[in-house]
Design a protein around this ligand. Structure first.
Ligand SMILES: NC(=O)c1ccc[n+]([C@@H]2O[C@H](COP(=O)([O-])OP(=O)(O)OC[C@H]3O[C@@H](n4cnc5c(N)ncnc54)[C@H](O)[C@@H]3O)[C@@H](O)[C@H]2O)c1
Length: 277
């Protein structure tokens, strides 16, 4: 019997496979026997069945990429993203709008029994407290109207990063209901700080000491492989009844903060004080 974790005979697409978690995820999928079709704004170092250049900020580039890869897929892996060192409008355009449009273009090609997984972030973990603000934004289908809303609401959008991840989490939950009758699952992961090329940008924004408070309770950053593998698990047959989940992949951080077992305010105060010395 084939393993429920295997990707033998499966055809998958992945965006964000130039570096970091997406690169790790693509390597794991190749190792597990999948036919992997990759896309990214930069060429992937992984030996893939095909690679297509795509810019998630540009919907015509997305349409061309999906049409160019073509065919049906068993699973879709959304691993691309921008940090908040980029302009807020670009961060939202890639992390939410681009990922959503890319997914929507793939949806008619996702087989029944197929699955979609997106890398979100713990930065979006407060989404359940903001649903009334987030749901009407998600309902804006038009790209220009969406970006107009973003430009007109700087107070809500902030640097764009947490906001884009809150949108992704909420959209994932809403899509799970839409897609269930079609036999398609959709989930997201919420990684804690992870040692990838994006980390340099996070350290620039938050500082290493403050950033490392988010590594409680393990006291370490995760690896790109640990995050890639969680994506592989979510889209595998082993997770056949898992949908609409925003899964913290964080060594226990989310559970600790949510229950008060981790006192984030105290950790942050200590980190800020030591950073100021
Ligand atoms: N590293 C962390 O600590 C951390 C924590 C939580 C969430 N995340 C999220 O994980 C995901 C992967 O990031 P990573 O840490 O592996 O960093 P990374 O920078 O190595 O990977 C990001 C990938 O996105 C691609 N990309 C960027 N802009 C693009 C565009 N316009 N079109 C197509 N592809 C584009 C990059 O080329 C790269 O391959 C991101 O969504 C990020 O927000 C990262």
């Amino acid at each position: 019997m084939a393993s429920i974790f295997s990707y033998e005979g499966k055809r998958v697409a992945i965006v964000g496979c130039f570096s970091g978690m997406g690169e790790a995820c693509a390597r794991a999928l190749v190792d597990l026997g999948a036919e992997v079709h990759g896309a990214d704004i930069k060429p992937s170092p992984v030996d893939l069945a095909s690679f297509t250049q795509v810019d998630l900020k540009d919907w015509s580039s997305i349409d061309q990429a999906v049409g160019g890869i073509g065919g049906e897929i068993d699973a879709l892996f959304n691993c691309a993203g921008l940090p908040q060192t980029f302009p807020a409008a670009d961060v939202v355009a890639v992390n939410f709008l681009g990922i959503r449009h890319w997914t929507e273009q793939w949806l008619p090609r996702v087989k029944r029994g197929g699955a979609i997984a997106t890398i979100s972030s713990l930065a979006g973990m407060a989404y359940l407290t903001k649903l009334e603000m987030l749901k009407p934004v998600i309902a804006i289908a038009d790209r220009v109207a969406f970006l107009d809303w973003v430009a007109g609401n700087p107070g809500l959008v902030g640097d764009g990063y947490s906001f884009s991840k809150e949108l992704l989490n909420t959209w994932t939950c809403l899509q799970a209901v839409e897609l269930a009758p079609r036999g398609i699952r959709i989930n997201a992961t919420m990684p804690s700080p992870t040692q990838t090329p994006m980390m340099a940008a996070f350290e620039q924004v938050a500082g290493q000491v403050v950033l490392d408070t988010f590594t409680a309770p393990t006291g370490r950053r995760s690896t790109a492989d640990e995050q890639g593998n969680a994506m592989v698990l979510l889209n595998s047959d082993a997770a056949s009844f898992v949908s609409g989940v925003c899964l913290p992949v964080d060594g226990g951080f989310f559970g600790g903060v949510t229950t008060g077992a981790i006192d984030m305010q105290a950790l942050l105060a200590r980190a800020t004080a030591s950073a100021a010395v």
